[in-house]
Design a protein around this ligand. Structure first.
Ligand code: MF3
Ligand code: CO
Length: 285
């Protein structure tokens, strides 16, 4: 079957081709999937996303300082809301497609999108992902970290460490004029080497002018090249790494909470990245 070329890259009729245009068009003419021009951020947009990322990082640093056994995830939610709004920003999750809180808090076997609650009290040995997303002056940033409550088991410690390595290795694999598919290939190799599963149902994503933009960034090996990575693109990498099977389900009662099928623990780390001529730059340090 012949594949139809998706022609995402357009040049206004009559306008001269830049070297950048020629380079992108070269890939497009060879049948590769290239980004739409709107995905290439302007310097002004990049500065806006960077400033949003500074607030987002401030939130995560605050949680890192305050998190402790005996605290409810609702308390984390209040800290996120108060810090974010005090800095003139908006928590992106709040009311996003009906999400009821300002942050996602995902404990142990919860993979992601856990809803903060007065009833969820952190206990010694828990591992928790706190996923923070911020809108500042219309610009979005998105990052998450794992926190270990007190002492946990060596297995959970390893899971948290390997998940972080997966983010770093995935980011290292993302090269300008390379492809999105390089990221998942590198991540899944590292996860599998350590005996862990890689969640397939959720992916990283373009971000900046909206919460979720193109491209989708898969963390497993799809055996597809995926979209061309071009300087100026901004996207997240956020691998969810499971101690057991990659399979997950969504809690039917709340419609949000993603849980591992085998109820073994899961860990996730996330940054928002800018693609540059030299590789990825973290915007949520
Ligand atoms: N922060 C998540 C991400 O990394 C998205 C959460 S959507 C929400 O893409 F509504 F649950 F907040
Ligand atoms: Co994200």
């Amino acid at each position: 079957m012949a594949h139809k070329i998706i022609r995402n890259w357009h040049v206004a009729p009559g306008s001269a081709l830049t070297d950048f245009d020629k380079r992108v068009l070269g890939f497009q003419n060879r049948g590769e999937l290239v980004p739409k021009r709107e995905l290439i951020k302007t310097p002004e947009q990049i500065e806006g996303i960077r400033r949003s990322g500074v607030v987002n990082t401030g939130v995560l640093d605050l949680i890192e300082k305050e998190i402790h056994a005996g605290m409810s995830t609702a308390e984390i939610d209040r800290l996120v809301y108060d810090y974010t709004t005090a800095h003139g920003a908006i928590p992106a999750p709040l009311n996003y497609e009906g999400f009821p809180k300002s942050v996602c808090t995902s404990i142990n076997e919860v993979v992601c999108h856990g809803i903060p609650s007065e009833d969820d009290i952190l206990e010694e040995g828990d591992i928790i992902n706190v996923d923070v997303s911020t809108i500042l002056d219309g610009y979005y940033s998105d990052a998450s970290r794992m926190f270990v409550i007190g002492q946990t088991t060596p297995e959970k410690e390893k899971l948290v460490r390997v998940a972080k390595e997966c983010l770093e290795i995935g980011a290292e694999a993302a090269k300008p004029w390379g492809f999105v598919g390089d990221i998942g290939k590198a991540i899944s190799r590292h996860a599998h080497k350590n005996g862990f599963g890689v969640v397939r149902a959720l992916c990283g994503h373009g971000v900046g002018l909206e919460f979720h933009e193109e491209p989708e960034v898969d963390h497993y090996n799809t055996h597809r090249k995926g979209m061309l990575l071009v300087p100026g693109m901004v996207f997240t990498i956020e691998p969810m790494i499971n101690m057991g099977t990659w399979e997950v389900f969504i809690d039917e009662e709340d419609g949000w909470t993603v849980v591992t099928e085998d109820e073994l623990p899961s860990a996730q780390w996330e940054h928002t990245f800018l693609m540059t001529e030299h590789g990825l730059e973290i915007l949520t340090h």
